[in-house]
Each structure stands twice: as C-alpha cells, then as structure tokens.
Design a protein around this ligand. Structure first.
Ligand code: GDP
Ligand code: MN
Length: 396
C-alpha cells in the first residue's frame, strides 16, 4: 500500500526525521488558510503547492509550483486541484488531483545553491538484508543516474540483528561529501529514517530530494512510502491512510470479494484458479494472437457464488469481448465448477459475450457433459490449446 507524500512525511516526522513542513488542503481556500498557518509556525514567506497523487515526477508534469504570496497560493492551488496530472509515471490520461500539500519553501531564495541528495531504504532480496541506497545526485530520476553515472550511487547494507550502526551512518554522511553540522545532522537523519522504515514495516522509502539547507539542516523534501500489505494488520493507524481514489475501482471491488484481480489492456477476460495457471493462460491467449483483459485468480473454492462474483468483475471492463474460464479441478471437483458456471450464467441472465470453458482434473468428463447439455452459449474445451483456438475463433 502506497502513502501520499503528506502522509509519508507525517510518518517520518513521528520517528524524528526532519521534514519540509506542510499542511494538506482540499480546495483553494483551505490552501490559503494552510499557507497563513505555515507562515505563523515557520516564518516562511513563500510556499510550494504540491499535487498529492500516487505518482512520481509531479514536478515535471506541473504538479509542484512555487507561490510567492497568498494570491499565488489561491490561484495555483485552484489550478492544481481538479486537474488530471500527467507525469512520466502516469498513463496518458493522468491522475485526478483531489488535494494539495501546501509546504514551506525551504530553498531559501538568494542563498547559495542548496544541495539535493537521493536516499532510499529497501530490501535487498538476494542478501536478505535491508539496504540504504543513496546518491549525491538528488532531484533527478535515480534510473537516469544509474544508467549514466552509476559510480555516484552508494549502498549500505544493514544487518537486521544490529540495526544501523553509528559508523554506517557516518559513512553515508562522508560519501555524500558532508562536513561539520551537516555531517552530524545527516547521521541523525539516516538513523531515524532507517528506524522508521523498520518500525513501520515498510517495503520502500524513497526520499528524493533529501535537502541540505543553506544553514546546514538535512531534511526530507519529498517522501515516497510503500507499506508492506502483509504487515498492515500490525498497523491499524497506517492501514486507515489508504486512499481508494488512487486505486483502480474494479481492483478494489475484486479485492473486497477476495478475488485476486489485476486490470489489463486486452479483450479476453480470464477466470482461472491459481496464479501460475492464470499466468500460463495469459501466455496462451497471447500466443493465439489475443490479449488478456485481466489477470484473475479465483482461488481454491470456485463455487457458484464465487464464479458469479468473478463474472461480474470481468464484465465491468467494457473492453471484454470473450471470456476464457480455465480451471484445474484438483481440490474442487470440475462438475461442481461447471454447475457453478451454469448457475451463475443463468442467474446473471444478460451475459452477451461468448464463453469458453476448459475444465481439467477430477470429474472433467462429467463437467464437459454438463456444459455441452446446458443449452447455454458456453463452449467447452478439453485441451489448453483447443480453448485458446476457440477464443480466437469467437473473436475473429
Ligand atoms: P516529484 O517531482 O513528484 O518527485 O516531487 P518533489 O516533491 O520531489 O518536488 C519536485 C521538485 O520541486 C523538487 O525536486 C524541488 O526541486 C522542487 N521543490 C520542492 N520543494 C521546494 C521548495 O520548498 N522550494 C523550491 N523552490 N522548490 C522546491
Ligand atoms: Mn521527488
């Protein structure tokens, strides 16, 4: 689960990580009130207005703008809220902005160039350890840095048994070329950041940029935080931060029904049990010249209610022109699945797209008979390839 920048910053702040301070606003008037409050609290004259969507590269897309007075705050917030923000990380349609973060300007005007760094905390799966990845090249795409100047990216692996050790924090500050007060502040920053990552059961922190202000303070100007879904039960307060507006609505609905569903671009809806078989099915559809409209794993209990729920989810995608059901009856018997398909089909009553069912495993022959004698517009197949060919035939 991903957090918004403002939520991520609050999380970091609660662990003692210094952040660029800000207040979230839902409309232009709230933005002005937020700006006034920030001026009282921080003395800042200028403000940055930042679109809150789950996508990076907002600055490039016009979603981060500097406001030099309250009129600017009102105008800019009014422009950004409600826009469909297109960034290198969104689709061409962009993401609708519902709220902005009004933040203090921390790039004090007139001062010498502020220094920007890159820092992330993540799991290195090959060593099974957490790792801090950091670079002097902040504010840019880390992918570009990795491609063009890989020697400017450093990593520090942390032993989970000891946590981050003081010498490791000093090494980070040293490699970033810091000295004096900024050096000390960076050791505090990276230690607090690592602690926050572990204590919140996160799977990724990405702070780009980390800023050294002209008065040698280290702070997080941006925050991308991904929490580990499997650990959310331990963090009820964090789980509540979920913003469903940022997620695909069909995927949210499928999740609530306990179905593993991922929306894709093609026109063949898939209903499969087991993630491996689901992926193989998608491959076969592609090989036969089609494009899967979704990944859908109905799980082990493919009874009528579940099959019906899956039908409903698949048919919400208007691009679907055919449905391929590919179920292996190992634990669940094929004839029960077949009956489930028939019942769901009759119950729904208005399915207009052709359906191809391939049931293999226990009682597959009885299942085929049930489908073939059902009188419904459902075709049965025995072999995997046969099923894919039938899908192609109905699409042609
Ligand atoms: P991203 O584009 O989605 O990664 O959003 P960021 O939060 O990283 O902001 C984009 C850019 O806005 C940063 O790289 C900074 O250069 C700039 N920015 C952020 N905060 C301030 C600020 O307080 N003052 C000024 N002048 N620029 C800022
Ligand atoms: Mn950023």
């Amino acid at each position: 689960m991903n957090l918004h920048e403002y939520q991520g910053k609050e999380l970091l702040n609660s662990f003692g990580v210094r952040i660029q301070r800000g207040i979230v606003a839902q409309n232009a008037d709230e933005a002005v009130a937020a700006a006034k409050k920030l001026t009282e609290d921080t003395g800042t004259g200028w403000h940055v207005i930042k679109a809150q969507v789950h996508a990076g590269g907002r600055g490039k897309g016009g979603g981060v703008k500097l406001a030099k007075n309250l009129d600017d705050v009102k105008t800019i917030a009014g422009q950004i809220i409600g826009m469909d923000l297109v960034t290198p990380q969104t689709s061409a349609e962009g993401k609708r902005v519902h709220q902005v973060l009004v933040a203090e300007d921390v790039y004090y005007p007139g001062d010498s160039e502020p220094e920007e760094y890159y820092m992330s905390v993540l799991l290195n799966r090959s060593t099974g350890r957490n790792m801090i990845m950091y670079s002097t090249e902040g504010g840019m795409d880390i992918e570009t840095v990795a491609e063009e100047t890989p020697h400017l990216i450093f990593t520090e692996e942390i032993d989970p048994a000891t946590g981050i050790l003081p010498f490791q924090a000093r090494k980070v500050a040293f490699n970033l070329g810091l000295s004096g007060a900024a050096f000390k502040d960076m050791t505090k920053f990276v230690t607090a950041l690592y602690t926050a990552y572990v204590k919140s059961d996160s799977s990724l922190f990405e702070i780009n940029p980390v800023l050294k202000t002209s008065d040698d303070k280290i702070m997080a100007v941006d925050a991308k935080v991904s929490l580990d879904d499997n650990a959310l039960f331990r963090h009820k307060d964090l789980a509540e931060l979920r913003d469903l507006r940022e997620e695909n609505p069909i995927e949210v609905e499928a999740g609530a029904l306990g179905l593993n569903y991922v929306d894709l671009d093609g026109n063949v809806g898939c209903m499969v049990n087991g993630a491996g078989l689901a992926m193989a099915t998608m491959d076969l559809i592609k090989q036969a010249g089609g494009e899967p409209a979704n990944f859908l794993d109905v799980g082990g209990t493919a009874d009528a209610a579940r099959v019906e729920a899956a039908f409903k989810i698949i048919l919400k995608d208007p691009a679907v022109k055919a449905i391929l059901i590919n179920i292996f009856g190992g634990i669940v018997r094929c004839d029960r699945v077949a009956q489930g398909v028939i019942d769901a089909y009759k119950n729904m009553g208005n399915i207009e797209v052709p359906i191809i069912v391939r049931l293999q495993g226990t009682n597959a022959d009885i299942a085929k008979e049930l489908i073939d004698n059902s009188g419904l517009d459902v075709q049965s197949a025995v072999e995997f390839q046969e099923a894919a060919d039938k899908v192609q035939a109905v699409l042609a």
